[in-house]
Design a protein around this ligand. Structure first.
Ligand code: F0G
Length: 373
């Protein structure tokens, strides 16, 4: 078997990358699709729920799939610097892939509003971290303005190569299940990822040999049909940052799920198209629901995802309860980022560690007390 070297090498024929272009990669992708075994039983639901655990990518989120494409193309085009606005994960991925490529990286983050793990990644990989007194939407606007004059390449998801990389998640799900699931659920912030999922699923059922719209005839994706159908797409937002659910931008978005603390998503229209074409819907979850499901998943399945990632599963559990998702369904939930990204939130919402004397009876007492419960 050939050594796995990331999504570009694996899916090159389905991506707009020239055959001779060397991929800037950290062997991202090939993440596990874990079937949840205990949750459906606990909830007494006859459904199959699979978690696509994107937290196991090299920098701990799905952003790596898109960043390998964006940075590979930036380098191929001769760029010497990249820039992004971020709620944390994009900056972590940009910083790491820029380091790999040996180019400069500038990241704009909302001051005080990104999780500690993500901040440490951007700093550790040597990017220039610019904290702005504003939110993600302000950062996004500034990045687009500065890129008009400064020699920097934007690697936010308005860069179409990002979505091309991220679409590979759909191919992996299809390979693992043999076909598309009934439903695919995920959290929605800037709305690039749901757009990318839909591109992937749509290409998977396409047999056309025409050059694709994306490359305008310059590349030819291999169009081999690998699925017989597309899933119904379910997008979930945090209640304090739910512009798509409400149908209007949110001026000052607020949520514990800082990764999706976004009030005016760039890919809003594409996300709506994915929802409509798939027959799906958008819905919201409160911060309490998000934190409860993050904990439930960690305690009942051994999977630790960050709060934003739990939003997708929280939405699915709610819609199962409401009967919007029927019995017997197969559901894939993208768990977008690792729980270790945000240790502060995890610690704040868990039981405090016990402190006892370093003596045998003390430990025995704790065990006895616990097992009595
Ligand atoms: N989940 C996580 C963990 C994220 O980091 C993001 C986005 C999303 C979900 C939403 O994905 O924006 O494509 O709809 N994070 C971006 C960032 C905005 O800067 O890291 P989306």
């Amino acid at each position: 078997m050939e050594r796995y070297t990331g999504v570009i090498d694996k899916y090159r024929e389905r991506l707009p990358v020239a055959p001779q272009t060397r991929a800037v990669s950290l062997n991202e992708g090939a993440t596990p699709l874990v079937e949840l075994e205990n949750l459906p039983r606990l909830l007494r639901r006859n459904v199959r729920i699979y978690a696509k655990f994107e937290g196991l990518n090299p920098t701990g989120s799905f952003k790596d799939r898109g960043m390998t494409m964006a940075v590979t193309q930036a380098v191929a085009a001769g760029a010497r610097a990249i820039i992004c606005a971020s709620t944390g994960n994009t900056s972590a991925a940009a910083a790491a892939y820029a380091a790999r490529a040996g180019i400069a990286c500038f990241v704009l983050i909302p001051e005080g509003k990104i999780a500690l793990g993500k901040l440490s990644q951007a700093m550790m990989h040597g990017s220039v971290v610019i904290q702005i007194r504003g939110n993600f939407d302000d950062g996004m606007r500034l990045v687009q303005e500065v890129a008009k004059t400064a020699p920097v390449n934007i690697v936010n998801s308005i860069n179409p190569y990002r979505l091309q990389g991220q679409k590979t998640i759909a191919f992996e799900v299809i390979e693992a299940l043999g076909d598309a699931p009934d439903y695919h659920a995920l959290p929605v912030g800037n709305a690039g990822n749901i757009t990318a999922h839909w591109i992937g699923y749509s290409e998977a059922v396409c047999e056309s040999t025409d050059a694709c719209a994306f490359c305008a005839g310059k590349c030819e994706f291999r169009k081999t049909k690998i699925a017989t159908r597309r899933p119904i797409m379910l997008g979930y937002q945090a209640s304090g940052a739910a512009p798509i659910v409400r149908g209007r931008p949110v001026e000052s978005p607020e949520t514990v799920a800082t990764a999706i603390r976004i009030g005016n998503p760039v890919s809003w229209q594409q996300a709506l198209a994915a929802q409509k074409e798939s027959g799906g819907w958008f819905a919201e979850c409160s911060d309490e629901e998000i934190l409860r499901v993050q904990k439930l998943l960690a305690e009942s399945e051994g999977i630790f995802c960050e709060p934003a990632s739990a939003t997708g599963l929280a939405g699915v559990l709610k819609d199962l309860e409401l009967g919007r998702i029927g019995e017997g369904s197969s559901i894939v939930v993208t768990l977008t980022g690792h729980g270790l990204k945000d240790p502060d939130t995890a610690i704040a919402h868990s039981a405090k560690p016990l402190t006892v004397d370093a003596e045998l009876p003390a430990i025995e007492r704790v065990i006895r007390e616990h097992l009595k419960r």
